[in-house]
Design a protein around this ligand. Structure first.
Ligand code: CP3
Length: 351
C-alpha cells in the first residue's frame, strides 16, 4: 500500500529499481546511490534508539533493526537500504561469545586458535539461530519501497576477528595460524564459507533484493595468500547463493583486481584508493562496479563533493555503476556532506 511506503526515493510502481538495473548493466538515467553504514552513529535518530539499549541488543530486535534501516531512507533519497545487523552476529550464533565494548570495537573472549576450537564451532540454521536480520528484511521490505540489501562477512574477514579475538592492524594470530597450520586455517575458512553462503541465501529467501559480501581485511594479504585463502573461500560462499545479485567488497585490495572476478560475484565494490576508470578496465567493461568516494571527502565544501562525485560517475561510465563510498560512513561524517553527495548523484543525467 502506498501509505506504508517510507523511503523518499521509493521506486514508482511497475518500474525496475535503479539498483537492479545497474547491477545488470542495463542503461540507467543516473547511477543508483546508497552508502555503506548509512544507518548508524552519524544520525541523531540512530543515537536516540541506541541510547536505550546496547548495539547487540539492537541487532537482535527485528522491529528496531527495521526502524534504524528505514531512518536514513526517510532522511535522504537513497535508492537502496541495507539491513541493520553486523557481520559478526553469525559467529556469536556459532558459539563464540561476542561483546562490543565502549570505545573499542568487537571482542571475542575465546579466540578460535586450535583445531579443537574449530571443530567446536556450531553449525547454524539461520532461521532458528539468527532470526532477527531475516525478520527485519521482511518487515523493512513491506515498508521501504526501495530494494533492501542483505549482507555477510566474507570467510577470511570473519576468520580475522575469530582467530585474533578483536580488530588488528597486523592480524598476527590469524597469519600465524595461516602460515603454521594452513590445513586448519582452510578448514576454518570452509566452515565459515558454508555458513555465510547459507546465511546470504536465507536473506534472499526472506526478500533481500541483492546481497553484499564484506571482505574488509582481504587487503592485508600478499597476492599469493589472497589467491590461496581469501579468494577461494569467498568463491565457495557465493557458489551457494542463487536468486539475487551478489556484490563483493574489499578494502586495500585493488592489486588483486586482475583475479578478483574468480570470486564469482555479480559486481565488485571498490575502495577509494582504486582509480575508477583503471579498475573498470582491469575487471572488464561488462563487470558492474560499486563505489568509491573517500568517506572523509564528505567533510569537503558541497561544491568540491559534487565535483568528486561527478568525476567518479564520469569515469565509471553509463552502465554497471552503483554509486557508493569507498568504505562506510563514520560517526563524524557530516549530514550535509552526505546530502551534497546524494544531490550530485541524483542531478547527474546520462541523457
Ligand atoms: O551499513 C549499514 O548501515 C548496515 C549495518 C552494518 C554494520 N556493520 C552496523 C554497525 C554493516 C554492513 C556492518 C558490517 C561490518 N561490521 C563490517 C564490514 C564492513 C566494514 O565496515 O569494514 C565489519 C568489519 C564489522 C565489524 C564491526 N562492527 C566493527 C569493527 C564495529 C566497531 C566499529 C566502530 O566504528 O566502532 C562494529 C560495530 C557496528 N556495526 C556499528 C554499526 C552501526 C556501531 C555500533 C554502535 O552503535 O555502537
Amino acid at each position: 500500500m502506498s501509505s506504508t511506503v517510507e523511503a523518499l526515493a521509493a521506486t514508482p510502481a511497475g518500474e525496475t529499481p535503479l539498483l537492479l538495473r545497474a547491477l545488470r548493466s542495463e542503461p540507467v538515467p543516473r547511477p543508483p546511490v546508497w552508502m555503506m553504514r548509512q544507518a548508524g552513529r552519524y544520525l541523531p535518530e540512530y543515537m536516540a534508539v541506541r541510547s536505550k539499549l546496547s548495539f547487540l541488543e539492537l541487532c537482535h530486535d527485528a522491529d528496531l533493526c527495521c526502524e534504524v534501516t528505514l531512518q536514513p531512507l526517510r532522511r535522504f533519497a537513497f535508492d537502496a537500504g541495507i539491513i541493520f545487523s553486523d557481520i559478526l552476529l553469525p559467529l556469536e550464533a556459532m558459539g563464540c561469545p561476542l561483546t562490543f565494548g565502549k570505545g573499542h570495537g568487537p571482542q571475542f573472549s575465546e579466540p578460535v586458535r586450535s583445531r579443537s576450537a574449530i571443530d567446536a564451532l556450531r553449525s547454524i540454521d539461520p532461521w532458528r539461530d539468527l532470526p532477527a536480520p531475516l525478520r527485519a528484511i521482511q518487515l523493512t521490505n513491506a515498508r521501504a519501497g526501495v530494494p533492501i540489501l542483505g549482507f555477510a562477512g566474507a570467510p577470511f574477514t570473519l576468520a580475522c576477528y575469530l582467530v585474533e579475538g578483536e580488530g588488528s592492524k597486523e592480524w598476527t594470530a590469524t597469519k600465524s595460524m595461516m602460515f603454521t597450520d594452513p590445513e586448519a586455517f582452510t578448514t576454518l575458512l570452509n566452515r565459515l564459507a558454508d555458513m555465510v553462503g547459507d546465511h546470504l541465501q536465507a536473506q534472499i529467501d526472506a526478500g533481500a533484493a541483492a546481497v553484499q559480501l564484506f571482505d574488509t581485511w582481504a587487503g592485508a594479504l600478499a597476492p599469493d595468500d589472497y589467491r590461496r585463502f581469501a579468494l577461494p573461500a569467498a568463491q565457495r560462499a557465493l557458489s551457494r547463493v542463487k536468486g539475487a545479485p551478489t556484490l563483493y567488497f574489499t578494502r586495500d585490495a585493488s592489486p588483486f583486481l586482475p583475479w578478483m572476478r574468480e570470486v564469482g560475484a555479480d559486481a565488485y565494490g571498490l575502495d577509494w584508493r582504486a582509480d575508477m576508470a583503471h579498475a573498470r578496465a582491469i575487471l572488464g567493461p561488462d563487470v558492474p562496479v560499486q563505489g568509491n568516494l573517500d568517506p572523509q571527502a564528505l567533510q569537503a565544501p558541497p561544491a568540491l563533493i559534487a565535483e568528486k562525485v561527478r568525476a567518479i560517475i564520469a569515469a565509471a561510465g553509463p552502465r554497471g555503476h552503483v554509486f557508493n563510498l569507498g568504505h562506510g560512513l563514520v560517526p563524524t561524517s557530516p549530514i550535509a556532506g552526505v546530502q551534497a553527495a546524494i544531490d550530485a548523484v541524483r542531478s547527474w543525467s546520462w541523457a
